[in-house]
Design a protein around this ligand. Sequence first.
Ligand SMILES: NC(=O)c1ccc[n+]([C@@H]2O[C@H](COP(=O)([O-])OP(=O)(O)OC[C@H]3O[C@@H](n4cnc5c(N)ncnc54)[C@H](O)[C@@H]3O)[C@@H](O)[C@H]2O)c1
Length: 303
Amino acid sequence: MIKSCVIGLSKVGVIHCESLLKLKNTSLNYIFDKNYNLSKRLSKKFKCNTSRDFNSILKKKDIELFVIASPTTTHNFYIKKLIKFKKRIYCEKPITNNNKNLNKIKNLIKKHKIKFCVGLNRRFAKEYVALKKKVYKKKINYIQIVSRSANHNIDLSIRNGGLFFDKGFHFFDLACWLSNSKPEKMIVISKSISSEDFLSKGDFSDAVINLKFRNGIVVEIVFSRKCRLGNFEKIKVRGEKFSLDSDKFSDKKTLYDDFSVRHRTSYLNCLKKFIKSRNNLLMNEAILTQKICAEALKKARHQ
Ligand SMILES: NC(=O)c1ccc[n+]([C@@H]2O[C@H](COP(=O)([O-])OP(=O)(O)OC[C@H]3O[C@@H](n4cnc5c(N)ncnc54)[C@H](O)[C@@H]3O)[C@@H](O)[C@H]2O)c1
């Protein structure tokens, strides 16, 4: 049995707690949040331990796996601590809010032989897995990705890296995964279509991004944090003789729900694969994605 601890207990942290309880070979032993009242309340619900002092959990040799689901601004701090204590790490995306830390983190993981996974859980979402299977060995010409959400909290967006890192991370990764390639050209329109409340805090609410991939595939990505119609996420893939829409493979009941409902099982499946794996999972893919996010942000700022 792999004993575990979840750090950060909002929606996504709670989903990870539930997943760790569901999986056969893991147990949820500790939870930790900087809000101790929340930790205390959830430790009763999940029948596990908590503490005001993170270091006391860290020192417990039998707690092998840590899930980092605290804001992105805190990831670098926890990753470094966990590496020192040779823990297995499942880190929510993005890895860090500062790309300057990326190489250091990568080298430490390698040096200390840490098992590390980045939560690129959209790759495990039912509709995208179906889409990927359908396009296997087909020649793709065009991919369109649309992700719109309703009334996103600006401060939350900023804590998690802003539009291009927080929302962008999953979708830049899906574009690379579906195309089996990397972008070589990128055009970003964002400032002119973003709302003033986001812009005044240095973030963006909307973006249209056009990418040309090395293998010739053209990708168009549309992001919005202020969709009046609610939550909306879909992918279209086109080739010469086919056109596929992810909605066809989605659960119609949850199609307009937010990520925590619509993609709930994808978190479980991502974690499950990591637990079974002897190696790192999705680390290099996430490092590439971090670089694409940074490039998109740079272009958005310099429009
Ligand atoms: N994979 C996905 O689909 C997905 C979806 C949402 C969020 N995320 C990622 O999950 C992480 C958390 O995002 P969120 O939106 O839940 O953030 P959040 O700001 O709501 O914070 C999550 C929790 O962490 C706690 N916290 C804050 N600082 C802390 C610290 N220093 N130590 C311990 N706990 C702390 C907060 O009290 C809160 O309960 C981010 O990295 C985000 O990008 C991933």
